[in-house]
Design a protein around this ligand. Sequence first.
Ligand SMILES: Cc1cc2nc3c(=O)[nH]c(=O)nc-3n(C[C@H](O)[C@H](O)[C@H](O)COP(=O)(O)O)c2cc1C
Length: 171
Amino acid sequence: MKIGVFYGSTTGNTGAAAQAIKEEFDKKQPGMVELHDVKTADLKSMEGYDLIMIGCPTWNVGELQEDWKAQFPSLPNVNFSGKKVAIFGVGDANGYINNFMDALGILGDVVVQKGGELYGFWPTDDYNFVQSEGVVDGHFVGLALDDDNESHKSRPRVNAWCQQLMAELGL
Ligand SMILES: Cc1cc2nc3c(=O)[nH]c(=O)nc-3n(C[C@H](O)[C@H](O)[C@H](O)COP(=O)(O)O)c2cc1C
């Protein structure tokens, strides 16, 4: 299985998460994961992967990170039909209690509208927030990380999510 991780990151936290995800999957099969910073990536290249991972922090109160924002108009041009997609995000539950992880939902909506199938839904129990566009039916639509308040939990969360994904995908 070929996995492409497409991430945007302004202060480096989502980039670090992308790297950690690659390390976890490399333990299963080295070289399985290729990382792409959306600052320079061509989103059409997503179509060349069996599993597409999308990483985006929420910025500016409920908005996409700047590089994802710039690329967002071309996201609907990607043919997600029959594609497996997993989303991860980074946010700040204390600072943005009403917009925690909104980017997960903004991106997940387009993926689903364009025929993609989302994997890696994640429980909300371990987080303190009021409202999130990233929650559907009581679950985040992807992995939620909070490096501002709970950085010590990020690596264990990444590892658990990767194990969950591998099980969901039969890897
Ligand atoms: C001005 C500003 C606005 C932010 N808005 C949100 C927000 O609406 N929701 C959220 O969950 N996090 C928000 N954050 C927190 C960032 O998502 C968090 O710091 C994240 O780790 C940044 O990821 P990056 O290092 O990959 O850019 C905001 C941070 C800043 C500085």
